[in-house]
Design a protein around this ligand. Sequence first.
Ligand SMILES: Nc1nc2c(ncn2[C@@H]2O[C@H](COP(=O)(O)OP(=O)(O)OP(=O)(O)O)[C@@H](O)[C@H]2O)c(=O)[nH]1
Ligand SMILES: [Mg+2]
Ligand SMILES: [Zn+2]
Length: 292
Amino acid sequence: MHHGLIVSSYGRQFIVEYQGQQYQAVTKGKKTEFVVGDKVKLNLINDKQVQIMELIPRENLIYRSDLNRSKIIASNLDQIIIVIAVKPNFNQNFLDSCLICAESSQITPLILINKMDLIESAEFASKIQQLYGDELGYPILELSAVDNCQQLMSYLTGKRNLLIGQSGVGKSTITNQIFPEAKARTAEITKYETSGSHTTTSAALYHIAENTDLIDCPGLQEFGLFHLELTEFAEYFPDLRNYLGQCKFNNCVHLNEPNCAIIAALKAGKIQAHRYAFYKRITESYKLKKNY
Ligand SMILES: Nc1nc2c(ncn2[C@@H]2O[C@H](COP(=O)(O)OP(=O)(O)OP(=O)(O)O)[C@@H](O)[C@H]2O)c(=O)[nH]1
Ligand SMILES: [Mg+2]
Ligand SMILES: [Zn+2]
């Protein structure tokens, strides 16, 4: 059987690449949960269509979830590039959640601060550098996609990269700079402030160089983590996980248990208050919704 790669998905429609050609895919039976990055076994129907017969097991898969449903985003990734910008409406909770997502999937994250040409960006970027670079050790890159993305190229090479971020941060603008043939649709910033809708409506994978792919996907406003286990949350915080195993109770969730090593570290100033606040917020909302 032939092997193909899912390079685009919109709703339940997929485009499969096979031997350098793109085909509309029809799926076999009811199982239509495929995502960009999936490798599949297929049958050729004609020169426009293929039938997907089977999913080849994924090396990794990232998804987000609220309590009731989850949505798969992309698979078989080497790097998640979390694009942030001072405008429109930066949401720190979103950044923290994306980092947890990357950690839980064991995919290296890169924080990309875009729109450095805006005057407000200098102060914003230095704060992000301090909180996430100096304190947590995450790699951070600053650029202005409207000027150029040259610096980014060396981070992409040899990897399958996903651009993820809130709507309007510039993911499609970056994609077009790196790979002009993408011709990804971008929109004026005013649109986000007034309607809050997304410009990019389907995820797409581009081969930007040999063994190097870039995936542009629709913006997200929320990044739910309900698919993770409560007891695992702290493992996905590089700043909390060093203290694991040192609490009095081995099922400690580090909220108000006595002799908690994480709370002790927080009080001693070894854990940043904003990070613990985020930990506490997701843990409490998880407990509430799952009726722990
Ligand atoms: N000033 C400035 N504006 C930028 C920069 N990068 C992108 N923009 C603008 O930001 C707006 C949104 O850019 P898009 O690339 O459409 O954003 P997106 O992240 O793809 O948005 P969604 O597809 O909705 O998720 C556009 O008007 C871009 O021109 C930048 O580096 N500086
Ligand atoms: Mg876009
Ligand atoms: Zn504890």
